[in-house]
Design a protein around this ligand. Sequence first.
Ligand code: GLN
Length: 454
Amino acid sequence: AYLDRIAAVEPAVHAFLHVDEEGALAAARRADEDRAAGRASSELAGVPLALKDVLTTSDMPTTCGSKMLEGWTPPYDATVTRRLREAGVVLLGKTNMDEFAMGSSTENSAYGPTRNPWDTERIPGGSGGGSSAALAAFEAPLAIGTDTGGSIRQPGAVTGTVGVKPTYGGVSRHGLVAFSSSLDQAGPCGRTVLDAALLHEVIAGHDPLDSTSVDAPVPQVVAAAREGAAGDLRGVRVGVVRELGGEGYQEGVQRSFRAAVDQLTALGAEVVEVSCPHFDYGLGAYYLIAPSECSSNLARFDAMRYGLRVGDDGSRSAEEVMSLTREAGFGPEVKRRIMLGTYALSSGYYDAYYGQAQKVRTLITRDFTAAFEQVDVLVSPTTPTTAFRIGERVENPMEMYLADLCTIPSNLAGNASMSVPSGLSDEDGLPVGLQIMAPPMADDRLYRVGAAYE
Ligand code: GLN
């Protein structure tokens, strides 16, 4: 049924870069047989899923939305991919994304944009717009995204779906093609909080193949979602972040957020205002740290090891081939980030830019620590605006970067964060998201509050 749905709506939505019809049907048949024999591998056995094209798959191409990796099929599965297969989850295919996960609208994909199913003239958010659009268009019941600065939560918000960035280190990065290694985190996307929780428990947990993976028990997110569904938040302290909201936010988003806060109060939560004064500098710090790490990580695309190779006719040096390949294979945003990062890391500038940004990162982490001494979770709008029109911000990178204003602090601090649907804006009728943030390894709190709220 999902394959039929994909065939019907893909011409309008373009959520997928690759659909593996044969593989999906074979996996579904295996899951059916296992279930009939009484040995289903998990609660999600046989459930279809859309996988962001930044996670490696040994039987499907992995392009990261880039010409650089066109036609490249990796020799191994990411740990997330492997865990999904072991749980009997049916992989439908790979979803569209901004090139190497750099963007906030999925317009930076080398394979053309994904469209928001709510209004196909609008963006589905980014960088993981394909995964969230696939959910919103009922092309898949579950999806996986990755979130470096908001790429799971922000598409979730603007498509009216749930997206979770787990605690940094909570889900393995092995086989997640690196953009900014100290920020990248894979996580679950679903149409309900409980769906996301079930998926979270399948993909999370320690992995010796990722040196930053946390060696601790996985937070009990399914139990928390089930508890939250009862709708009782008595005893839960919720902090409204003063710095995320107000000026620069669409009025419909502000009103929706105020209504969300009222509803949390009505559910019994104790709501207070909390100040995180350094969040104002998060965007600036992020757009130095992420490009710096990207400039180093993307050095591996050297025309020798993976994918594209241009001009290798025997007359040119390796250096010339590399240069021609990188010129042809990377899109404008990726080049911009590599240039920014290389500059920020260069001798003489390192302390002024990268060093300063790292100090701001520490201050933001301290803001969170202080806030979580007062409250159990923090809340804010997920995005300052609803889905904007395709093309509206492509000429202005600064404006594009603003879409991540509310999501970036959680990446810099490494804590857990969720976007849960918060109804439709009374201004334009488009979906709005409520962001919930919790301390590191307290991902269960997101699910408890999210399930109570949805
Ligand atoms: N929009 C942010 C960026 O362009 C975040 C992307 C992400 O989370 N992968 O870097």
